[in-house]
Design a protein around this ligand. Structure first.
Ligand SMILES: Nc1nc2c(ncn2[C@@H]2O[C@H](COP(=O)(O)OP(=O)(O)OP(=O)(O)O)[C@@H](O)[C@H]2O)c(=O)[nH]1
Length: 613
């Protein structure tokens, strides 16, 4: 079975790894929270620092007025067999501190590094490991002292901020609370006990510590508390006598202070019967044993939590995509797969699996007919214009029978108007397709992590659409031009066969020089041309969509990325990697997940190795 050293050492290791990854509790379920720890809680000047120092047997904590502890200090004690004592900070792993005054300075500098000199507090812990033959294996977290008033330079919220931070540690079910209360204060007013009672009403994870026993008024003693009658906890209370301020000023050695403390209890008339269960050394052993017990109990649930988290992290990695392969072939394959995924989505839009394709039909069904209807044939075929065109076409010799040239010019002139709506249809469909490309890129789940490739696909697709548009434009213009290059002869033959309307009998004999005759004949020319143009319009209403679909929509479905594929195939490996550049945020996220995964796996291995030894 695992030894006490190995179990506590194990938790130490995992805690340090958690801090390196920024996992220090207070942020939902984390590995840190699953690990048992001991947090030291007490009001200001209750003697917290003194208790910690006498457990360690060294002076090393910053002192001063106001709130000195402004970041949690995770103090990991490692018992060594022999040799010199030294300390190490997680944030400065290369430096070994043998001078504990330098440790004190480093704690205070490192506090300021995060909080500034503003006396603000931060919940990011400082990790300090102390290696010494005079300690027991134990991890303690020193927290800012609970206070009632803000001092100069501190925000009013500091009192509440401290309480919230301390609470965020002690409310975790795996936190063992070391509640420090000075004996010269009424236990009922103890900040530490008040908070402990709130988060641990049954008292099963609270250790009550009574400091300053030597400072109690003459004639009073703390046996009521120490014997568990004043305030009941599941664990026995421990009384402590730390160095007084005078001792500190005189630089009384900690080891000497420990000895004096032992003597105090052994010789005390009040506490002699409790002497074996009093003092900082006893407290350290008690905590160490308890911590070991708790760790042992928690190991199965920690392992199951770790396994669950590993599964979740793996699932998350699958969701955001595994890292891109390094070799060129695999990258090319991946790019082509991604393009195909995009192409699938794009086709679904056109074929109706997703919305948007119907807008193309909208162009043919509404936009084109409406535009055709609006063409200014009324003006072009007005009596006045017909006369002008016919006369100009005749030249110096007026026509004898039908004004053939006049007809042709009027028809040609009218047909030119169709180019506008024809080209507008091409453009409208082009914009629908472009929009569908944009949408499809955004909707292609697999592409989400590759902004560069998204860009490349968008550019390639838009270039292709541009080519299709040009082809389509040429085709529809040709359709229109074809209409004027050869007229439908039948139409005019039928006209000729139809009986001419009799001229009205109003006294004027009919004749080419007669104004009335002239007007009627011009009106007939106008209406004949108009009927012909209506026929052409009906034809184009049907053929323009065919041309547009043929040149643009069908091509987009068939060969939107064909050029792109050819280009990609010729690319060097470096260019392929660049195309698969990922969103930096996402890469960062993946790295974070991968790191956490590593931490959890390493933690599981460590636990396996220690727990079943
Ligand atoms: N005589 C005597 N003095 C003590 C004892 N414990 C602490 N003190 C003195 O009480 C003062 C405050 O002790 P600290 O250990 O600094 O208390 P703290 O809770 O860490 O204080 P803050 O960090 O300021 O919140 C110091 O002057 C200590 O010397 C004790 O058991 N006996």
């Amino acid at each position: 079975m695992a030894t006490m050293e190995s179990l506590i050492g194990l938790v130490n290791k995992i805690q340090r790894a958690c801090t390196v990854l920024g996992d220090h509790g207070g942020q939902g379920m984390s590995l840190w929270e699953a690990l048992p720890s001991v947090a030291v809680v007490g009001g200001q000047s209750s003697g917290k620092s003194s208790v910690l120092e006498s457990i360690v047997g060294r002076d090393f904590l910053p002192r001063g007025s106001g709130i000195v502890t402004r970041r949690p200090l995770v103090l990991q004690l490692h018992k060594t067999q022999s040799g010199a004592e030294y300390a190490e900070f997680l944030h400065a792993p290369k430096r070994r501190f043998t001078d504990f005054a330098a440790v004190r300075k480093e704690i205070s500098d490192e506090t300021d590094r995060i909080t500034g000199k503003t006396k603000q507090i931060s919940n990011i812990p400082i990790h300090l490991s102390i290696y010494s033959p005079n300690v027991v294996n134990l991890t303690l977290i020193d927290l800012p002292g609970l206070t009632k008033v803000a001092v100069e330079g501190q925000s009013d919220s500091i009192v509440e901020d401290i309480e919230n931070m301390v609470r965020s540690y002690v409310e975790k079910p795996n936190c063992i609370i070391l509640a420090i209360t000075p004996a010269n204060q009424d236990i009922a007013t103890s900040d530490a006990i008040k908070l402990a009672r709130e988060v641990d009403p049954s008292g099963e994870r609270t250790f009550g510590v009574l400091t300053k026993l030597d400072l109690m008024d003459k004639g009073t003693n703390a046996t009521e508390v120490l014997e568990g009658r004043a305030y009941r906890l599941q664990h026995p209370w421990v009384g402590i006598v730390n160095r007084s301020q005078a001792d500190i000023n005189k630089n009384v050695d900690m080891i000497v202070a420990r000895r004096k403390e032992r003597e105090y209890f052994e010789t005390s008339p009040d506490y002699g019967h409790l002497a074996s269960k009093m003092g900082s050394e006893y407290l350290a052993k008690l905590l160490s044993q308890h911590l070991e017990l708790v760790i042992r109990q928690r190991i199965p649930s920690i392992i199951s939590m770790i396994n669950k988290t590993i599964d979740e992290l793996n699932a998350e990695l699958d969701r955001i995509g595994r890292p891109v392969a390094a070799d060129g072939g695999a990258q090319l394959y991946m790019i082509l797969e991604l393009c195909r995924a995009f192409d699938r989505v794009f086709k679904e839009h056109l074929d109706g699996g997703r919305p948007g394709g119907d807008r193309i039909y909208g162009v043919f069904d509404h936009q084109l007919p409406a535009a055709l209807k609006k063409l200014p044939f009324d003006r072009h075929l007005s009596l006045k214009n017909v006369q002008k065109v016919v006369t100009e076409a005749d030249g110096y010799q007026p026509h004898l029978i039908a004004p053939e040239q006049g007809y042709r010019r009027l028809i040609d002139g009218s047909i030119t108007y169709f180019k506008g709506p024809a080209e507008a249809s091409v453009d409208a469909v082009h914009f629908v397709l472009k929009e569908l490309v944009r949408k499809s890129i955004a909707e292609t789940e697999e592409l989400k992590r590759f902004p560069s490739l998204q860009n490349d696909i968008a550019t390639a697709a838009n270039e292709a659409l541009e080519r299709f548009r040009e082809e389509s434009r040429k085709t529809v213009v040709r359709l229109v031009e074809m209409e004027s290059s050869y007229l439908t002869v039948d139409f005019f033959r039928k006209l000729h066969a139809a009986p001419e309307k009799k001229p009205e009998k109003n006294g004027n004999p009919p004749g080419p020089n007669n104004d009335h005759f002239h007007d009627t004949s011009l009106a007939r020319i106008g209406s004949n041309v108009s009927a012909y143009i209506a026929m052409v319009s009906d034809t184009l209403k049907n053929t323009i969509p065919k041309a547009v679909v043929y040149c643009q929509v069908r091509e987009a479905k068939r060969s939107l990325l064909t050029h792109f594929y050819a280009q990609v195939g010729r690319k060097e490996k470096e260019r392929l990697s660049a195309m698969l550049d990922e969103d930096p945020q996402l890469m960062e996220k993946r790295t974070q997940i991968a790191k956490r995964l590593e931490l959890y796996k390493a933690a599981r291995d460590e636990i396996d190795a220690v727990a079943w030894k």
